[in-house]
Design a protein around this ligand. Sequence first.
Ligand code: HEC
Length: 199
Amino acid sequence: MQVAISALHLRLWHAGDARTMRALLKRMVTPMNHNRSFSFAIIYLAATLLGTVAQAQAPEDLAAGLRIFTQKGDCQACHGWAGDGRKMDSQMPDGANLRALKIDRETLIQTIRCGRHGTGMPAFDRLAYSDGRCFGLKAADLRARGLTLTDPPATLQLNEFNLLADFLIAKVIGKGPINRTQCIDYWGSDVAACKELGQ
Ligand code: HEC
């Protein structure tokens, strides 16, 4: 029993919803005396379903992705907070309009990890040009070919690339010019930036 509960614990913890998990456990554990294995089967099923749903939506994961975009990765400095290329700081390089972009997840992550030589798009993988993982090039190759890369504001970890990509695909990539509804969804509330946008 201890093992099953711990497994459930882990699953839901992974899904990132500790509160729902505790509530569910409380409800499930009580009627378990009659038919234990049956109850476990139900719990497992519920946990799996919950895990799937949480994975698909995971608002806290999207919020983490937003934070990487606006803060740690400072993507917004060059791409604008909405990712549409309308940046606030005119001193920064002009980032691409990510809202007009058609790009698959793999290429997106590769672009963020490896950057774009000679364009102002930094490489966010600390090891990008150390072992050939980016286009088979190392730092010495870049120098030899006269390719330059902008320094990133910070480097990101594997799970941060994934959170960032999930966020961008859900809210930014290919979504077109941002409107008021999307803006409120993006920030999670009707912030000042949304008030001046049309529906
Ligand atoms: C210092 C400025 C700067 C920062 C910071 C920056 N970018 Fe960029 N980014 C650029 C520029 C400039 C380009 C355009 C490259 C080009 O012309 O091909 C670009 C291009 C891109 C592209 C490729 C667009 C295409 O046309 O395929 C993606 C995707 C992208 N950036 C995502 C990001 C993300 C995500 C972050 C944050 C982790 C980020 N960028 C941070 C400047 C920046």
